[in-house]
Design a protein around this ligand. Sequence first.
Ligand code: NAP
Length: 291
Amino acid sequence: MISDRKLKLGLVGENIGTSLSPVLHRILADEKKVDIEYGLYELNGDLESFIKQFKKSLFTGINITKPYKKSFLEFVDKVEINAKKIGAINVLSLNDEKINAYNTDYWGAYQALKQNDCKVEGRTVIVLGAGGAARSAVYMAGKYGASKVVIVNRTYEKAEKIISDMKKYFTNSFYCLTYDEFRKTDEYKDFILINATSVGMKGFLEESILDDEIISGASFFMDMVYSPNISKSREFASGKGINNINGLDMLFFQGLRAFEIWTGLTFDAIEIERSYNTFVNFVDGESKVYN
Ligand code: NAP
């Protein structure tokens, strides 16, 4: 699949100026000695024009971020099965003038937990939020064998809709609760807690989504937020002695899988480790910028 020409890649979304995706894909391209250009494309809702441009300019692939993970679905030719079930896409690939769509976020979330020795199989997974990222996390928990999956969201109907979609594909136990209901129950113990809300993001609502009642019973916390590196929610979790990670590992792994889709190349364990370390070291070095 890989050609000799420079691969044209990029990210579409809103407020993407400080995205780490260009750095990540530069690192992956250097590892595989592939020539790429990776651009940032701020969209103002005109998806159709972008799709025309995508085809005309012979892009190889595009990452999609907020708020377009669902809306691009109607413009693509084929949706890969996991993405179809999740109902959200974060990767487009152009092959023979046809646009294929994928979701690599769910796999990124799973790999991030695995990388940090957090096993999903047989566990209870609690997901805060019911947007695109939450859909990927809930699907991940269903696919990788969580025994119970609970969505806690401000807008109850959105959580209910995810659950009715997931029940078509999985036999795990799915539940949804409001924040107040979740605070009051002590039914869940030793669970993996995932923040898939936008709370904590720099420039959005730089607060903690966690409080004493929400964290009570958690044994691992993954905040999908990675900017700032250490969010208020992570500070809160650390203060309670709960092992926690940010969204950087998820970002790395979703990007790795996207790069493999675009190029047809696969990374072996040594290449993954080297690229991962380069990426994490870069972000550590830049932490003053990202915090
Ligand atoms: P989204 O579709 O806009 O969903 C945002 C969710 O956050 C909604 O469910 C919303 O609740 C909830 N929310 C917003 N403000 C809230 C508040 N004040 N209190 C409680 N809940 C609140 O966004 P998304 O695409 O799912 O992204 C969510 C987060 O995940 C973002 O921070 C994004 O950067 C991150 N993310 C990280 C990665 C990664 O690789 N690390 C990948 C994907 C996404 P309602 O439903 O009630 O409106």
